[in-house]
Design a protein around this ligand. Sequence first.
Ligand code: AHG
Ligand code: MN
Ligand code: MN
Length: 326
Amino acid sequence: METSRIALPIGTTLDRFIKNNQEQFQYASGELSQLLRDIALASKVVNREINKAGLIDIVGAMGSQNTGGEQQQKLDVLANIRFTRALTKGGEACALISEETESYVDLNNHGKYVIAIDPLDGSSNIDVNVSIGTIFSIYRRKSQVGQPISDRDILQRGEEQVAAGYILYGSSTMLVYTTGHGVNGFTYEPSLGEYFLSHPDMMMPEDGKIYSINEGPAHSFSEAVKNYLKYCKDNNYTARYIGSLVADFHRNLLKGGIYIYPATAKDVNGKLRLMYECNALAFIAEQAGGSGTDGKERILTLKPESLHQRTPFYVGSKKMVEQAMK
Ligand code: AHG
Ligand code: MN
Ligand code: MN
């Protein structure tokens, strides 16, 4: 049921904002609100740990590897623990899909929601003091409460997300999320321990001039991608690439731009993960007037076959994504 949007002033706390907008949710029982609060709380703890990263010995490789065979950083592990713990204690989630765990984790079987999370995105930037993030998607479970969890609950299409968001640990820390009624951004005030509404009703510029891509492996890009990059250069676009998806996406959301991670010789299906990177950002992009595709189809319509599935990703300002698709 569509309800009219309740405008709240800049400076509204995240808690109040969530509470005031609760009736927009399809199932307005307060559980989704609680889930968002749990995620916000865990992000504050992670934020504190990230800010201490240069001070104590929590930086650097642990020697273990995650599901993609990449080196796992200590903060990846810590962030995963923080979010898992907050979601377990909250009780609203029945299952958690995380970049850091091979299979999904059973939480409270009476919970009605399934969460997919990249606890720490851009981990190669941790020990060089560059912005990193967290990405999350929330789905309503399909099976009855109390029944065993199945693939039907876990492998849902992006268009079935009931909420999604990211936290950007940057020059300030921000939480940006959508429940399918527009996108709102909150900035963290560390001395008060609160997120405050700073970016109400975020809209991505329809067109832009920033393109964000790791061009290192350009020799192995498709001709179509090479042509688009030539188009960007011929039109004097600006290249900006941080190497933390959340940070690159956030800049393009504010300023107008396109983020591209295409298929390469090394990553033939692209590098990024459908379930806990691309779906959430494609949902936010669409809610902000932009779009997200895999080069052929809307990201949100792709049916996941496995938890850690990768996909090529083109996301950003609507006209730029359209141009790239040409
Ligand atoms: P993660 O740190 O969660 O593994 O994600 C890293 C991702 C993403 O944040 C970033 O955009 C991309 O990897 C960068 O890849 P390249 O180093 O290949 O450019
Ligand atoms: Mn990531
Ligand atoms: Mn990660």
